[in-house]
Design a protein around this ligand. Structure first.
Ligand SMILES: [Ca+2]
Length: 420
């Protein structure tokens, strides 16, 4: 806890120096011995959010929103590796340290992080429906990629009567110019004619199975399906590399339920990450206005949308009848944001190149234009910091490299590295 809390005196020094943290230079620590001696566990920085909330709902527990601020003391450097990407959405490190990146329009490329060189298009990827929030979405490597060269990705697949979130796999050719043997292994149901809320992150678990986040397609007639176990809308699913339900999934023996469902009651869940110590799966989701959430994912749980939420309609109306934020049998978010940050990719920080970041969660914010660093202890958020908040970028996806650096891509096409 000690490194989480800092004295008000220390806070004022940092507040004065925040603007010194630029993309080309190491951030300045600015601490003095005197300031460090003044640290006490009782004092903390004020919450990073100071704007008025959209709703006046009471949190379910202390610290569920607007937690105390924290400030990284270890110097770190941020660097722009390239500005040449086009709407990157997914990012993963290859075994040799280069990055494989999904561009939303339906293109994969490889970036050499040492030179910033961006490869030609990798061909062979099925066409994507990139209208609205659709397109080529998340990606990940098979755990045995070094041997199999298998890649898994999510995308929006267009069909006659609409589109759906789909999961595909394929083999990166040895010459890295194409993806071979492409197979679509999963299609969310039902198909719907819309352009919003596809979810779209995909992650391997330790058993070699996949978790995929799938949105509820946004419209009033589809959002209620987040509570229906006979559709993929508003779900986190758990499937094998062949797209089959994983044995032991929570609803596999429930009549009428899709056996691939792991959790339900989500709006537009995106970021998926495993905690490095507990092994728990965490997810974030785009909520309504004032209702972005961080959730701890446990099998069979109902995360409440659209019955309970801390947000209001983007158009300004109330959500739910009655308007409630808590209900028995429905999970509370570990943390929520009002105003929202519009979260997408996220990752836990492993290792201690930057010691106070160990096991922290880094969460990309789109309309908030920053990366949220969350200090988590005992499954609660105990500190929040905004990283790269001066860049004016919509942060879309983040991953950590083997050497400990964080790589982040933005809708504007930039790839950043953040390292000590
Ligand atoms: Ca929820």
């Amino acid at each position: 806890m000690k490194q989480v809390f800092t004295s008000i005196f220390f806070a004022s020094i940092f507040a004065a120096c925040t603007s010194a943290n630029s993309t080309s230079d190491a951030n300045s620590t600015n601490s003095t011995d005197t300031a460090k001696q003044d640290k006490t566990v009782e004092d903390s920085l004020p919450p990073v959010e100071t704007r008025k909330a959209n709703a006046d709902f009471e949190p379910a527990f202390e610290g569920q929103t607007r937690i105390a601020g924290v400030k990284t003391e270890t110097p770190y450097k941020t660097k722009i590796i390239t500005k040449e990407l086009k709407k990157p959405w997914g990012i993963v490190e290859l075994p040799d340290g280069r990055l494989l990146i999904n561009e939303n329009e339906g293109v994969m490329r490889i970036v050499d992080v040492s030179t910033g060189k961006v490869s030609e298009k990798i061909t062979g990827i099925p066409e994507v429906d990139d209208r609205g929030q659709g397109g080529l979405l998340g990606l990940t490597l098979s755990p045995d990629f070094s041997n199999s060269r298998m890649i898994y990705w999510t995308f929006t697949e267009r069909v006659d009567d609409g589109n759906h979130t789909a999961v595909a796999k394929g083999k990166l050719a040895d010459d890295e110019k194409s993806i071979k043997n492409v197979e679509v292994i999963y299609r969310a149901t039902p198909t719907y004619d819309g352009k919003l809320h596809y979810g779209g992150r995909v992650i391997f678990d330790e058993n070699g199975d996949l978790f995929v986040s799938i949105g509820e397609r946004s419209d009033k007639e589809t959002r209620v399906k987040a509570q229906d176990l006979n559709t993929s809308f508003g779900k986190i699913i758990h499937i094998t590399t062949d797209g089959k339900p994983v044995a032991g999934n929570p609803f596999e023996s429930q009549e009428g339920a899709l056996p691939e469902i792991y959790t339900y009651g989500h709006r537009n869940p995106q970021g998926l990450a495993f905690h490095p110590v507990t092994g728990d799966l965490w997810s974030n989701e785009f909520g309504p206005r004032g209702g972005d959430e961080l959730n701890l994912i446990k099998p069979g749980n109902n995360y409440g949308w659209p019955i309970i939420t801390y947000g209001i309609e983007y158009a300004g109306g109330k959500i739910g009848d009655p308007v409630i934020q808590q209900k028995e049998g429905m999970e509370q978010p570990v943390y929520y944001w009002d105003p929202v940050l519009s979260p997408s990719g996220m990752t836990f920080y492993k290792g201690n190149n930057i010691p106070e970041w160990e096991n922290n969660l880094f969460l990309c914010g789109l309309n908030s234009n920053h990366i949220a660093r969350l200090v988590i202890e005992n499954n609660k958020v105990v500190g929040e910091e905004r990283i790269l908040a001066d860049e004016g970028e919509r942060f879309r996806a983040i991953t950590q490299g083997e050497n400990g650096e964080l790589f982040v891509v933005t809708d504007g096409g930039k790839l950043y590295s953040i390292t000590n």
